[in-house]
Each structure stands twice: as C-alpha cells, then as structure tokens.
Design a protein around this ligand. Structure first.
Ligand code: CMP
Length: 224
C-alpha cells in the first residue's frame, strides 16, 4: 500500500471498505493482463515489475505507455465502460499487481476527493505525454524519435544522475524500440547501425550503450 500515495492519505473507514475487494496477482514476463476491447472489471496497481499498454493494427504495434511500480492502469474502462479496454496490457518483466474491483473503485471515485484529485492529476500527466507523442510523430523523423527515446530510457535507468560511462547499457530489442517510436523494425535496425557507425552508440552483448549522450542530445536538437 505504501507505494500508492492515495491510499496513505485515505480515510481509514474507506480503506476498510475497499480492502476486501483487493487481490494480489503475480504474472510472469510476457503475460497478457487484458486485451483491447475487453470489458473492464477491475483496475490494477503495480507493486513491482513493468507493464506495457499498447494498441495494434495488422502490421504495427504502438506502445502508448510503459508503467512501473507505483503506477496504475485499467481505470478508464471502469469510468467509461462503453468502448471497453482502450489498450492491451502485457507484462515486460515478472510483475506483481493488486487489482481492485470495479464497485470498490467507483466507491472511491464517488466518495474520496483526494483519490479523485490524484486520478485527475495523473490523467493530465498522461495527456501531456500523449500530446508530446503526437508532436514527435508529426514533427520528428524516425531517427530523431529513436535518439529521443534512447535518451529518455537512459534517464529512467537507476543511477542515471551520476556519470555517463558508469551507466548500464539499455536492454532493449530493435522491435521494442520500433513499437515505442511507431516505426517498423527494419527501419530501426538501419538507424541503430548508422548511430553505431557515427560512434554515438555502442552495441555491447546485444545491449545499447549511449557512448556519447551529449553529442546525441546535440544531434536531437539539430534534427528537431
Ligand atoms: P483502460 O482503457 O481500462 O485499459 C487500458 C489502460 O491503459 C487504460 O484504462 C489506461 O489505464 C491505460 N492507458 C491508456 N492510454 C494511455 C496513455 N496514453 N498513457 C498511459 N496510460 C494509458
């Protein structure tokens, strides 16, 4: 519970009312939690691990967001049931979730202003991210989107504030990167090769090391 700020601030009687509607679920890496279009029966809080939310057509997949410990997902179809789940949820690592049943979620939604405020703030942050993605898809080349994504993945790594070369390389496949930037794998592989030839990144045991993050930043600015 401590990972989720809104539960800490919640009226104890409300916590008591919803507690019986919470269950713990453990998933292996690569498990589907629900599919786009499914009916929404519960909302999920991530206790550990990582969950990708994506949508597909016949040829491409686009990752809307990757959520981690302390995040939640699956609230939209509870508040607005008509379209069903707006994306598919899949684990990217072994993941522990707490699920909260729809009735209990709606009780908090109706009764707890603090909970509502958290939800709204979080929704605004997601909207900002989505606007940013629209901007990037419209104005940036695939190459610039890849550079931007590599830099942001690096910034999310533990210890990213410290030094450059001491950082861990990124464990990500060309396909995963393609799904994140809305491109096909072949294009990503070609650009990764170019960045390597230019000495901006290095491939180490199938992982990507940002050899020169400052130069990558500069390239991104030039290409944006
Ligand atoms: P729901 O529609 O029930 O199921 C899919 C979930 O993905 C959705 O609720 C949100 O929790 C989450 N989701 C959808 N779009 C985004 C987005 N752009 N950013 C972050 N999370 C999202």
């Amino acid at each position: 519970r401590s990972a989720f700020p809104f539960f800490q601030e919640m009226d104890p009687s409300l916590v008591e009312a919803v507690l019986p509607h919470i269950s713990e679920k453990n998933y292996r890496k690569g498990s589907l939690i629900f599919l786009e279009g499914n009916k929404g029966e519960e909302v999920f809080f991530i206790a550990s691990g990582a969950v990708s939310l994506f949508t597909l057509n016949r040829t491409k997949k686009v990752v809307l967001s990757v959520l981690r410990e302390g995040d939640y997902f699956g609230e939209m179809a509870l508040i607005n049931p008509e379209p069903g789940r707006s994306a598919t949820a899949e684990t990217l690592a072994p993941t522990k979730l707490y699920s909260l049943r729809k009735s209990a979620f709606l009780l908090l939604f109706d009764r707890d202003r603090g909970f509502l405020r958290h939800l709204l703030l979080n929704t605004m942050e997601r909207l900002n991210n989505a606007n940013q993605q629209i901007y990037d898809m419209t104005f940036l080349s695939v190459r610039a989107r890849i550079i931007k994504r590599l830099l942001s993945l690096q910034a999310q790594q533990p210890g990213s504030a410290s030094g450059r070369e001491s950082q861990l390389p990124l464990r990500i496949t060309h396909q995963q990167l393609a799904d994140m930037v809305g491109a096909v794998r072949e294009t990503v592989s070609k650009i990764i090769q170019e960045l390597q030839d230019e000495g901006l990144i290095r491939i180490e045991r199938r992982m990507i090391r940002l050899a020169e993050p400052a130069r990558l930043e500069k390239k991104l600015q030039e290409e944006s």
